[in-house]
Design a protein around this ligand. Sequence first.
Ligand SMILES: [Zn+2]
Length: 271
Amino acid sequence: MNVVVSKASHKRDDGLVASPSERWKESISLPAYVNGDGRPRVKQEDHSLKHQIKGDNMHQPMILLVKSQTRMEAGTKAFKFLDRYYCNPWDGAETGGRFSGLLTGYDPTDDPTNWEICSLCDGTGFQVDLEGFRERDEDPSFTCSGCGYFDQGKDSWVHGSAGPGLCVKSPTEWKEVDDDIMPLSDERVRSAVTRFAQDWKAHRLRYIEQRSQFYISRNNRYMILSELRTRDAVLEDEFIEESMVFDTDKCSNALPDSFDGYWAVLMDLHL
Ligand SMILES: [Zn+2]
């Protein structure tokens, strides 16, 4: 199911409050190319698309705060921490991944290292297969569904920012960058971490309350118990599946009083 999350209200189009991961995705405005529809990806300039976050719940971002002297040690500590939780519920994690750049504002789709020749048009920018002919019949401005997109503002097909014949690679092939493991002494990182940690507990409890009411109305005891367990975990400040920013040193979902010595490790968790 695809769910559109409204930026202003954190309300989904089906009336439920957005889950923490949906709220996160909404707050960082993931571009449409990360939706994992299996098509070549293109960076789209139409910013209205960035608000339409589809229901891909296979990937979840999380920032782990670790005390460390170096970037390498910070990464290792973060993975060691997650190791305790593997298979429950994640089956894999990488630093950055499709959320790469969240800490500093680095945009992996602007990096030519992360571009590749579009396979649908062989780099010509002009798709001439069956789909190409069919689409062009309907709209003569059609370029290529791999490296182009329909620009609603221009009411016409155009090419992505990488240019005709070039696509943004799949996030799994993006270059690893230092931006995804950063010291909290960096102002950009402090600001991002603070923003993502804000109101997490209150929002999570509201979400659980609403889910519980939904399951009570359906007399689904298994899920009611599951929501109650999650609520206890939130109240007891445990590390849970939808923790967004977790202090691994103090074992808390709250930000530490002092950021001295801390590093932020951005994780892309695969469910
Ligand atoms: Zn193309």
